[in-house]
Design a protein. Structure first.
Length: 319
Protein backbone atom coordinates (compact mmCIF):
# COMPACT_ATOMS: atom_id res chain seq x y z
CA UNK A 1 0.00 0.00 0.00
CA UNK A 2 1.48 3.34 -1.04
CA UNK A 3 0.62 6.72 0.42
CA UNK A 4 0.89 10.22 -0.96
CA UNK A 5 0.94 13.07 1.53
CA UNK A 6 1.68 16.72 0.94
CA UNK A 7 2.79 19.54 3.20
CA UNK A 8 -0.12 21.41 4.74
CA UNK A 9 0.43 25.15 4.14
CA UNK A 10 -2.81 25.94 2.35
CA UNK A 11 -4.90 28.51 4.27
CA UNK A 12 -8.18 26.83 3.29
CA UNK A 13 -6.82 23.59 4.78
CA UNK A 14 -5.80 25.39 7.95
CA UNK A 15 -9.30 26.86 8.28
CA UNK A 16 -10.87 23.44 7.77
CA UNK A 17 -8.60 21.72 10.28
CA UNK A 18 -9.17 24.44 12.88
CA UNK A 19 -12.93 24.12 12.39
CA UNK A 20 -12.77 20.35 12.82
CA UNK A 21 -10.78 20.69 16.05
CA UNK A 22 -13.10 23.32 17.54
CA UNK A 23 -16.19 21.35 16.45
CA UNK A 24 -15.00 18.33 18.42
CA UNK A 25 -14.42 20.52 21.46
CA UNK A 26 -17.87 22.19 21.28
CA UNK A 27 -19.92 19.10 20.45
CA UNK A 28 -22.63 18.36 22.97
CA UNK A 29 -22.13 21.50 25.09
CA UNK A 30 -25.45 23.23 25.79
CA UNK A 31 -25.76 26.95 25.06
CA UNK A 32 -22.40 27.15 23.30
CA UNK A 33 -21.66 30.03 20.89
CA UNK A 34 -20.69 28.70 17.43
CA UNK A 35 -17.19 29.26 16.06
CA UNK A 36 -18.20 29.64 12.40
CA UNK A 37 -20.94 31.89 11.03
CA UNK A 38 -22.10 31.56 7.41
CA UNK A 39 -23.35 34.88 6.03
CA UNK A 40 -25.69 34.30 3.08
CA UNK A 41 -25.54 37.93 1.99
CA UNK A 42 -28.01 37.53 -0.86
CA UNK A 43 -30.10 34.83 -2.50
CA UNK A 44 -29.56 36.50 -5.89
CA UNK A 45 -26.92 35.45 -8.42
CA UNK A 46 -25.72 36.45 -11.86
CA UNK A 47 -25.70 32.78 -12.95
CA UNK A 48 -28.49 30.20 -13.31
CA UNK A 49 -26.95 26.85 -12.39
CA UNK A 50 -29.50 24.06 -12.85
CA UNK A 51 -28.21 22.10 -9.83
CA UNK A 52 -28.10 25.04 -7.40
CA UNK A 53 -29.93 24.33 -4.13
CA UNK A 54 -30.42 28.00 -3.23
CA UNK A 55 -33.74 29.77 -3.75
CA UNK A 56 -32.81 32.42 -6.30
CA UNK A 57 -35.41 35.03 -5.51
CA UNK A 58 -35.39 38.42 -3.87
CA UNK A 59 -36.43 38.42 -0.22
CA UNK A 60 -39.11 40.88 0.84
CA UNK A 61 -37.11 42.20 3.80
CA UNK A 62 -33.40 41.50 3.24
CA UNK A 63 -30.69 42.17 5.81
CA UNK A 64 -29.22 45.66 5.35
CA UNK A 65 -25.54 46.43 5.77
CA UNK A 66 -26.10 47.80 9.27
CA UNK A 67 -27.80 44.52 10.21
CA UNK A 68 -24.75 42.52 9.13
CA UNK A 69 -22.42 44.90 10.94
CA UNK A 70 -24.53 44.46 14.07
CA UNK A 71 -24.05 40.69 13.79
CA UNK A 72 -20.28 41.20 13.49
CA UNK A 73 -20.40 43.27 16.69
CA UNK A 74 -21.99 40.32 18.51
CA UNK A 75 -19.63 37.63 17.21
CA UNK A 76 -16.67 36.82 19.49
CA UNK A 77 -13.21 37.86 18.35
CA UNK A 78 -11.33 34.97 16.80
CA UNK A 79 -14.42 33.51 15.14
CA UNK A 80 -14.71 32.67 11.46
CA UNK A 81 -17.19 34.04 8.91
CA UNK A 82 -17.96 32.41 5.57
CA UNK A 83 -19.31 34.93 3.06
CA UNK A 84 -21.51 33.32 0.42
CA UNK A 85 -24.81 33.68 -1.45
CA UNK A 86 -26.22 33.63 -4.13
CA UNK A 87 -23.27 35.58 -5.40
CA UNK A 88 -21.94 37.53 -2.39
CA UNK A 89 -19.88 40.02 -4.40
CA UNK A 90 -23.00 41.56 -5.92
CA UNK A 91 -24.14 42.57 -2.40
CA UNK A 92 -23.64 46.30 -1.94
CA UNK A 93 -21.45 46.78 1.13
CA UNK A 94 -19.74 43.40 1.46
CA UNK A 95 -16.44 45.25 1.87
CA UNK A 96 -17.66 46.90 5.09
CA UNK A 97 -18.38 43.46 6.55
CA UNK A 98 -14.83 42.30 5.85
CA UNK A 99 -13.34 45.52 7.26
CA UNK A 100 -15.44 45.19 10.44
CA UNK A 101 -14.47 41.53 10.82
CA UNK A 102 -10.81 42.43 10.36
CA UNK A 103 -11.02 44.83 13.31
CA UNK A 104 -12.16 41.92 15.51
CA UNK A 105 -9.61 39.45 14.13
CA UNK A 106 -12.37 37.34 12.59
CA UNK A 107 -11.13 35.13 9.75
CA UNK A 108 -13.02 35.29 6.45
CA UNK A 109 -13.44 32.80 3.64
CA UNK A 110 -15.40 33.74 0.54
CA UNK A 111 -17.33 31.47 -1.85
CA UNK A 112 -17.92 33.12 -5.23
CA UNK A 113 -18.40 32.31 -8.92
CA UNK A 114 -15.41 34.55 -9.64
CA UNK A 115 -16.94 36.98 -12.12
CA UNK A 116 -16.68 39.99 -9.80
CA UNK A 117 -13.45 39.21 -7.95
CA UNK A 118 -11.91 42.51 -9.02
CA UNK A 119 -14.21 44.10 -6.40
CA UNK A 120 -12.09 42.38 -3.74
CA UNK A 121 -8.80 44.06 -4.60
CA UNK A 122 -9.24 47.11 -2.35
CA UNK A 123 -10.29 45.09 0.71
CA UNK A 124 -7.55 42.48 0.22
CA UNK A 125 -4.92 45.23 0.14
CA UNK A 126 -6.17 46.79 3.39
CA UNK A 127 -6.92 43.72 5.54
CA UNK A 128 -5.26 40.45 6.47
CA UNK A 129 -8.26 38.37 7.56
CA UNK A 130 -9.35 36.93 4.19
CA UNK A 131 -7.80 33.46 4.36
CA UNK A 132 -9.47 31.60 1.50
CA UNK A 133 -11.27 32.49 -1.73
CA UNK A 134 -13.22 29.60 -3.25
CA UNK A 135 -14.34 29.81 -6.87
CA UNK A 136 -16.92 27.54 -8.49
CA UNK A 137 -15.68 25.83 -11.68
CA UNK A 138 -17.18 22.51 -12.81
CA UNK A 139 -15.89 22.35 -16.38
CA UNK A 140 -13.47 24.06 -18.72
CA UNK A 141 -15.62 26.92 -19.96
CA UNK A 142 -18.03 26.46 -17.02
CA UNK A 143 -20.79 25.61 -19.48
CA UNK A 144 -22.58 23.62 -16.77
CA UNK A 145 -23.22 26.92 -14.98
CA UNK A 146 -24.65 28.57 -18.10
CA UNK A 147 -21.71 30.98 -17.99
CA UNK A 148 -21.12 33.18 -21.01
CA UNK A 149 -17.66 33.06 -22.57
CA UNK A 150 -17.05 36.71 -21.71
CA UNK A 151 -17.79 35.95 -18.04
CA UNK A 152 -15.64 32.80 -18.06
CA UNK A 153 -12.70 34.70 -19.55
CA UNK A 154 -13.19 37.42 -16.95
CA UNK A 155 -13.24 34.82 -14.16
CA UNK A 156 -9.94 33.29 -15.32
CA UNK A 157 -8.45 36.77 -15.61
CA UNK A 158 -9.62 37.49 -12.06
CA UNK A 159 -7.98 34.32 -10.70
CA UNK A 160 -4.70 35.43 -12.26
CA UNK A 161 -5.27 38.86 -10.70
CA UNK A 162 -5.61 37.21 -7.27
CA UNK A 163 -2.36 35.32 -7.86
CA UNK A 164 -0.35 38.38 -8.90
CA UNK A 165 -1.86 40.43 -6.06
CA UNK A 166 -0.85 37.74 -3.57
CA UNK A 167 2.73 37.49 -4.84
CA UNK A 168 3.33 41.23 -5.28
CA UNK A 169 2.01 42.11 -1.82
CA UNK A 170 2.98 39.00 0.22
CA UNK A 171 -0.67 38.18 0.98
CA UNK A 172 -1.57 34.79 2.44
CA UNK A 173 -5.03 33.81 1.18
CA UNK A 174 -5.54 30.52 -0.64
CA UNK A 175 -7.22 30.23 -4.03
CA UNK A 176 -9.47 27.19 -3.98
CA UNK A 177 -11.78 25.77 -6.66
CA UNK A 178 -14.97 23.90 -5.84
CA UNK A 179 -16.13 21.56 -8.62
CA UNK A 180 -19.55 19.92 -8.42
CA UNK A 181 -19.40 16.36 -9.78
CA UNK A 182 -22.10 16.30 -12.47
CA UNK A 183 -23.20 13.38 -14.63
CA UNK A 184 -22.43 15.18 -17.90
CA UNK A 185 -18.87 16.00 -16.78
CA UNK A 186 -17.80 12.55 -15.59
CA UNK A 187 -14.76 11.62 -17.66
CA UNK A 188 -13.61 15.24 -17.88
CA UNK A 189 -12.58 16.00 -14.30
CA UNK A 190 -8.99 14.82 -14.60
CA UNK A 191 -8.44 17.24 -17.49
CA UNK A 192 -10.17 19.98 -15.49
CA UNK A 193 -7.95 19.35 -12.45
CA UNK A 194 -4.78 19.33 -14.56
CA UNK A 195 -5.92 22.59 -16.17
CA UNK A 196 -6.66 24.23 -12.82
CA UNK A 197 -3.52 23.05 -11.01
CA UNK A 198 -0.96 23.12 -13.83
CA UNK A 199 -2.16 25.95 -16.09
CA UNK A 200 -4.24 28.26 -13.89
CA UNK A 201 -2.21 27.26 -10.80
CA UNK A 202 -4.89 27.38 -8.12
CA UNK A 203 -3.92 25.96 -4.72
CA UNK A 204 -6.52 23.23 -4.39
CA UNK A 205 -9.55 21.64 -6.02
CA UNK A 206 -12.47 20.18 -4.07
CA UNK A 207 -14.72 17.70 -5.88
CA UNK A 208 -18.23 18.23 -4.50
CA UNK A 209 -20.55 15.23 -4.83
CA UNK A 210 -24.20 16.07 -5.45
CA UNK A 211 -26.33 16.01 -2.33
CA UNK A 212 -29.26 13.66 -2.13
CA UNK A 213 -31.68 15.72 -0.08
CA UNK A 214 -32.93 19.28 -0.44
CA UNK A 215 -32.68 19.85 3.31
CA UNK A 216 -28.87 19.56 3.27
CA UNK A 217 -27.21 23.00 3.23
CA UNK A 218 -30.58 24.59 2.56
CA UNK A 219 -31.00 28.36 2.77
CA UNK A 220 -34.52 28.20 4.21
CA UNK A 221 -36.11 26.50 7.19
CA UNK A 222 -38.27 23.38 7.19
CA UNK A 223 -40.95 22.58 9.70
CA UNK A 224 -39.67 19.82 11.98
CA UNK A 225 -42.16 17.18 10.77
CA UNK A 226 -41.32 17.91 7.11
CA UNK A 227 -37.76 16.67 7.39
CA UNK A 228 -39.00 13.07 7.75
CA UNK A 229 -41.05 13.19 4.54
CA UNK A 230 -38.01 12.87 2.33
CA UNK A 231 -35.37 10.11 2.72
CA UNK A 232 -31.88 11.50 3.22
CA UNK A 233 -29.70 9.52 0.82
CA UNK A 234 -26.65 10.14 -1.29
CA UNK A 235 -27.27 11.15 -4.88
CA UNK A 236 -27.10 7.99 -7.00
CA UNK A 237 -24.77 8.56 -9.94
CA UNK A 238 -25.86 6.69 -13.06
CA UNK A 239 -22.42 5.99 -14.52
CA UNK A 240 -20.60 4.70 -11.47
CA UNK A 241 -18.14 2.64 -13.47
CA UNK A 242 -16.93 5.70 -15.36
CA UNK A 243 -16.82 7.79 -12.17
CA UNK A 244 -14.82 5.10 -10.39
CA UNK A 245 -12.33 4.94 -13.27
CA UNK A 246 -11.91 8.72 -13.26
CA UNK A 247 -11.31 8.94 -9.51
CA UNK A 248 -8.66 6.24 -9.85
CA UNK A 249 -7.06 8.21 -12.68
CA UNK A 250 -7.11 11.47 -10.70
CA UNK A 251 -5.50 9.79 -7.69
CA UNK A 252 -2.72 8.49 -9.94
CA UNK A 253 -2.19 11.96 -11.40
CA UNK A 254 -2.03 13.50 -7.91
CA UNK A 255 0.46 10.88 -6.69
CA UNK A 256 2.73 11.54 -9.68
CA UNK A 257 2.73 15.32 -9.20
CA UNK A 258 4.13 16.10 -5.78
CA UNK A 259 2.99 19.58 -4.84
CA UNK A 260 1.52 21.61 -2.00
CA UNK A 261 -1.61 21.90 -4.11
CA UNK A 262 -4.22 19.31 -3.28
CA UNK A 263 -7.34 17.58 -4.52
CA UNK A 264 -10.19 16.74 -2.13
CA UNK A 265 -13.58 15.10 -2.23
CA UNK A 266 -16.65 16.22 -0.29
CA UNK A 267 -18.19 14.33 1.39
CA UNK A 268 -14.92 12.51 2.06
CA UNK A 269 -15.90 9.18 0.53
CA UNK A 270 -12.36 8.92 -0.74
CA UNK A 271 -9.05 10.42 0.38
CA UNK A 272 -7.67 11.79 -2.88
CA UNK A 273 -4.16 12.17 -1.41
CA UNK A 274 -3.77 8.41 -0.86
CA UNK A 275 -2.94 6.25 -3.85
CA UNK A 276 -4.80 3.12 -2.80
CA UNK A 277 -8.51 3.01 -3.74
CA UNK A 278 -11.17 0.79 -2.20
CA UNK A 279 -13.42 0.70 -5.27
CA UNK A 280 -16.05 -1.62 -3.82
CA UNK A 281 -16.49 0.47 -0.69
CA UNK A 282 -16.79 3.67 -2.75
CA UNK A 283 -19.53 2.20 -4.97
CA UNK A 284 -21.28 0.74 -1.95
CA UNK A 285 -21.48 4.15 -0.27
CA UNK A 286 -22.63 5.94 -3.42
CA UNK A 287 -25.38 3.34 -3.87
CA UNK A 288 -26.54 3.79 -0.26
CA UNK A 289 -25.69 0.17 0.49
CA UNK A 290 -22.67 0.68 2.69
CA UNK A 291 -22.43 -0.90 6.11
CA UNK A 292 -20.01 1.87 7.03
CA UNK A 293 -20.80 3.37 10.43
CA UNK A 294 -21.35 7.09 9.99
CA UNK A 295 -20.70 9.35 12.96
CA UNK A 296 -23.17 11.89 14.25
CA UNK A 297 -22.83 15.31 12.64
CA UNK A 298 -21.24 17.75 15.08
CA UNK A 299 -21.39 20.88 12.92
CA UNK A 300 -24.65 22.30 14.38
CA UNK A 301 -22.65 22.96 17.57
CA UNK A 302 -19.92 24.91 15.81
CA UNK A 303 -21.56 26.45 12.75
CA UNK A 304 -24.58 28.72 12.32
CA UNK A 305 -26.06 30.08 9.08
CA UNK A 306 -27.62 33.52 8.76
CA UNK A 307 -29.80 33.92 5.69
CA UNK A 308 -30.30 37.07 3.63
CA UNK A 309 -33.66 37.57 5.36
CA UNK A 310 -32.15 37.31 8.85
CA UNK A 311 -33.20 33.74 9.64
CA UNK A 312 -30.64 31.87 11.75
CA UNK A 313 -30.30 28.09 11.44
CA UNK A 314 -27.81 25.21 11.61
CA UNK A 315 -26.70 23.17 8.56
CA UNK A 316 -29.91 21.11 8.66
CA UNK A 317 -32.34 24.00 8.70
CA UNK A 318 -35.26 23.20 10.96
CA UNK A 319 -37.62 25.94 12.08
Amino acid sequence: MSFYKVKNTNKSIELHNKHEKITSELYGIAGVVPYRFVFILTNLCNLTCDFCFQRRRKTSSPMQIQDWLSVIDQIPSGSRVTITGGEPLIYNGFEQIIFAANEKKIDINIITNGVFIEKLVNVLMQTNNVKSISISIDSIGNYTRNMKKVDYDKMIKNIKLLQSLRVDNSLEYSIDVKSVVLEECIGKYKDLIKYLLDDIKVDSVSLQLLKGSSIQHSDFSYEYDEIFNEPVEFYKYKNLSKLKHEIKSIKKYVSNNLSERKVYMHPKFEDMTIMNFDEDNFISMINNKSTHDFKKCKYPWSSAHINADGDVFPCLSIS
